[in-house]
Design a protein around this ligand. Structure first.
Ligand code: FAD
Length: 416
């Protein structure tokens, strides 16, 4: 079914009884042309673009839980293209362009909202760094405006401008940035892939690989053996574990990132705001909840929950920047498993096993990457060649030293 205003009217008049399920629930076939492990944002987008861009439809996505149960449904939903370094810059720029056409392409409302992002800066040095970043964004063809303190005050008057420890000097405003409803993105790609014939198999955990003479032949799963000459590993925080099953190691550590949401409030925060001197960023969801997050919990873990010290740290930073937040009641917090690389940039590449491809290392920035990642991963799996805009996301950069260290914090996974 194609969603439209006319369809909405027809369904409304007939008691909303005719809406079909978003996707089928087929039993796995014994063999496919390609398998994708992981039904998160990146896996589903890969499946969709394999079918849409390359005509590969004899494909299955194997998800150990339910679609969207991983980080795709756990993030703070920020979408932006404000990167500095070559490699990241062109990739995220392409991703934002795909975001801008995605809902029309998928015929699905993902509530993509280009409400703008303001990254605050708090010193002369930080202003210089942000000015440089803004110039790089404009050179890439994206947008950036450098606001002074009064410019920030005009846009976000509720911040604490009297704070003396880290005074607000200004902000870098990226107007095309914003948010999207995260699980709707997974559902939209899932529906689009299913409509093109891709099998989405839930409750199907990959437990091992079938490898002969260095080439992948398929996988072992909790629902039996499934064969395919091409397999994409798109499992985010579980990348290390799944790679180990295939007999190789990845330069990825798994760490926890938490997020928080308050009770629903009347609209008060129009943009996404990030604090330049503390671990805190915030936006307001369409339901009214203030959605905010901070930094990693700083220890490696596969638990999908965090601990109280980081919760306290994030809330303290929020109170410093925006004291009014103290009046809101926090409803929930949760955690997701971040696939952290030593340089904070991702991997889309061949693996040491013929026919097995790796997509991972998205750290805490992989939501905005979903469309371009799916686009490039599908290209890699279909053509066996690396897509031009993902050419720097090769595994061998960790051997050659050609890292893309956007935060310039050095080779340490949990500092990015
Ligand atoms: C709290 C938090 C805030 C974040 N905020 C942002 C943000 O504001 N902006 C942004 O751009 N990014 C953000 N991110 C990062 C972003 O969510 C992730 O980088 C991205 O979602 C990871 O890719 P994915 O969607 O494919 O991962 P996932 O949704 O985790 O998908 C991986 C899937 O693989 C499945 N899987 C694992 N092992 C197996 C197996 N053996 N067999 C079968 N299936 C398997 C998992 O069950 C999972 O569903 C945030 C993340 C968190 C946790």
């Amino acid at each position: 079914m194609r969603y439209s205003a006319l369809e909405l009217l027809k369904q409304g008049l007939s008691g909303n009884k005719g809406w079909p399920l978003l996707w089928r629930s087929p039993a796995p076939k014994p063999a496919y042309d390609a398998l994708i492990i992981g039904g998160g944002g990146h896996g589903l987008a890969t499946a969709y673009y394999l079918a849409r861009n390359h005509g590969m439809t004899n494909v299955a996505v194997l998800e150990k839980g339910y679609l969207g149960s991983g980080n795709i449904g756990r993030n703070t939903t920020i979408v932006r293209a404000n990167y500095l370094l070559a490699g990241n810059s062109e990739f995220y720029s392409h991703s934002l362009k795909l975001w801008e056409g995605m809902e029309t392409d998928l015929n699905f409302n993902a509530m993509h909202s280009q409400r703008g992002i303001i990254n605050l800066f708090h010193s002369d040095g930080q202003r210089d760094a942000f000015a440089r970043r803004g110039n790089a964004m404009i050179n890439q063809g994206d947008d950036a405006i450098l606001l002074d303190r009064e410019g920030v005050r005009r846009e976000v008057p509720y911040l604490d401008f009297d704070q003396t420890r880290y005074p607000i000097y200004g902000g870098l405003w990226h107007k095309r940035g914003g948010t999207a409803r995260h699980d709707a993105v997974a559902w939209g790609y899932a529906r689009g892939a299913d409509q093109r014939g891709v099998d989405l198999i839930q409750n199907c955990e990959v437990t091992g690989f079938l490898i002969e003479n260095g080439s992948v032949q398929g996988v072992q799963t909790t629902r039996g053996e499934i064969r395919a000459p091409k397999v994409g590993m798109v499992v985010a925080g579980r990348s290390g574990q799944v790679a180990e099953m295939a007999g190789f190691r990845l330069p990825i550590e798994s760490h926890i990132l938490q997020a928080f949401v308050t009770e629903g409030l009347k609209p008060c925060i129009d943009q996404v705001i990030t604090y330049g001197m503390g671990h805190f960023y915030i936006s307001q969801s369409d339901k009214g909840g203030l959605v905010f997050g901070g930094d990693l919990d700083f220890y490696a873990s596969y638990a999908q929950r965090g601990n109280l010290p980081m919760a306290e740290h994030v809330v303290e930073a929020g109170m410093t920047l925006m004291p009014m937040i103290g009046k809101a009641k926090m409803l929930r917090s949760w955690g997701g498993i971040m696939d952290m690389t030593p340089d904070g940039s991702p991997i889309i590449d061949h693996s040491p096993v013929q026919g097995l491809y790796v997509n991972g290392g998205w750290c805490y920035g992989g939501f905005k990457a979903v469309p371009a990642s799916g686009w490039c991963m599908a290209h890699l799996m279909a053509t066996d060649t690396v897509h031009e805009i993902a050419r720097r996301y090769r595994l061998d950069r960790f051997r050659t030293g050609h890292l893309i260290d956007e935060e310039a914090t050095g080779s340490q996974h949990n500092l990015h």
